[in-house]
Design a protein around this ligand. Structure first.
Ligand code: AMP
Length: 426
């Protein structure tokens, strides 16, 4: 293969040790999801582009700039597809398609997997990245909002990240947001001369986005902007107060941030994000979520409330590394089957096959080489034991060497599975 072939920009290979860090996070996520009553499901990695255009909003960065469009090069189907940039829209499309409104509500589901955004790659920003997503569809809240937020906060704790801050806001609903947006637009129009070009354009299409602009020139204009939390209608204000009261009751700490609007159109009321303390505003949210009471209807279903989150696993892996956490490594076998007769690969493979059949992770040394070299390789690999085949094999015995401690003893082959099973590292 010519050396110029490489993984596409913004993607990377997760080599076994890095994959072990991801697998650990996925295990924590799966365990939490099950404990909190979320059921695993999958959605396709690509959907009709309309699922995202409608469900996320055509005037969002995710759709306008970052959608990874897929066009088949031939065939009958000329549909416009796109790789999924997030999981919520696809899950809600599935909710409508499969009539999940007839299931007991809320429907609580979870998806873990790769997402795709055609963004400019940089540290912590990839074109293919991994999210853990959970959604509770069919419950208007506010208690479920707090339950979802607490679950996300627990994930970071369980993952071993202690310095994660929760930012919370309410962005109102169709009853109160239009009047607020009118005020917001009036504020920006009055300051139009101070707006950078990009923000001026956004003012026409998605004025809420100006509030979480990362452009330093916007800080002053935004400081004087009207706050959504001062304009919530009574129902949204009551909902927001109740979410906070439920979080307080569980002892979940949060920081109120009226400028937090999230990039996606479909959010209503509760919005939240997680940052490493001191890293706010660096476009490096570890995760976020919110309520989306209008989304199911946008996708053709009956009006149905929902809330969920998406946590970026890549960024958690990076944060753990920069916090100096010990990295998990790819699992080593409990034992390597080696032999005194360099050529007897058949014998080694046969014993290894028996042990694997008994459920044990073992490797057979299949190289034709001296016992010493086979043992060296087993030590380097981090195996706990070497099963050494020698003359005792005719009597149904092998030598079992403890590669950590160095002790060695003869063991009947029949006892080997039970003996090794007790030694498999948890
Ligand atoms: P969002 O739906 O944009 O709020 O994304 C949810 C989470 O996914 C973010 O908080 C990030 O942790 C992660 N994320 C989003 N986009 C990327 C990306 N391009 N690369 C890596 N992680 C991302």
């Amino acid at each position: 293969m010519p050396p110029s072939l490489r993984a596409p920009r913004g993607t990377r290979d997760l080599l076994p040790d890095e994959q072990a860090a991801f697998a650990r996070l996925e295990r924590i996520a799966r365990d939490l999801a099950a404990r909190y009553g979320y059921h695993e499901m999958e959605t396709p990695l690509f959907e009709q582009a309309a699922v995202f255009e409608r469900g996320i909003g055509a005037a969002t960065d995710v759709v306008e700039k970052e959608l990874f469009r897929v066009t088949p090069s031939r065939g009958e189907e000329r549909e416009a597809w796109a790789l999924r940039p997030e999981a919520t829209a696809g899950i809600c499309r599935a909710y409508v398609e499969h009539g999940m409104q007839t299931w007991p509500q809320p429907v609580k589901v979870t998806v873990t997997g790769p997402m795709f955004r055609y963004d400019r790659p940089q540290a912590g920003r990839y074109r293919q990245f991994w999210q853990w997503d959970i959604e509770a569809i069919g419950d208007p809240g506010p208690a479920v909002d707090a339950e979802v937020v607490e679950l996300a906060a627990r994930f970071y704790r369980d993952a071993g990240l202690a310095d994660v801050e929760l930012i919370l806001n309410s962005i109102g609903d169709p009853a109160c947001r239009p009047a607020y947006l009118a005020d917001l637009v009036a504020h920006y129009r009055a300051n139009e001369a101070r707006l950078p070009e990009l923000e001026r354009r956004r003012l026409e299409t998605n004025p809420l986005r100006l509030l979480d602009s990362k452009d330093p020139a916007m800080a002053e204009v935004n400081a004087g902007a009207p706050r959504i939390t001062d304009r919530l209608c009574p129902a949204c204000a009551e909902h927001f107060a109740a979410v906070r009261a439920h979080l307080d009751a569980m002892g979940v700490a949060y920081h109120l941030e009226p400028g937090l609007v999230r990039g996606l159109d479909y959010y209503t009321r509760t919005a939240f994000e997680f940052y490493r303390r001191g890293a706010e505003g660096q476009q490096q949210a570890l995760g976020g979520g919110g309520r989306y009471d209008g989304l199911i209807q946008l996708l053709g279903g009956k009006p149905t409330p929902g809330i969920g989150f998406a946590l970026g696993l890549d960024r958690v892996v990076l944060a753990l590394a920069s916090a100096g956490a010990t990295r998990p490594t790819a699992a080593a076998p409990v034992a390597v089957v080696v032999g005194a007769d360099p050529g007897d690969t058949q014998g080694r493979l046969r014993i290894a096959t028996e042990l694997r059949g008994a459920g044990l992770p073992v490797r057979a040394d299949l190289a034709v080489r001296k016992l010493g070299r086979q043992l060296e390789a087993a030590v380097r690999e981090g195996a706990q034991f070497a099963v050494i085949l020698g003359d005792e094999l005719v009597a149904g015995e092998v030598q079992l060497r403890d590669l950590d401690g160095g002790s060695q003893k003869a063991v009947p082959l029949a006892d080997l599975p039970a003996l090794l099973r007790r030694k498999v590292r948890g």
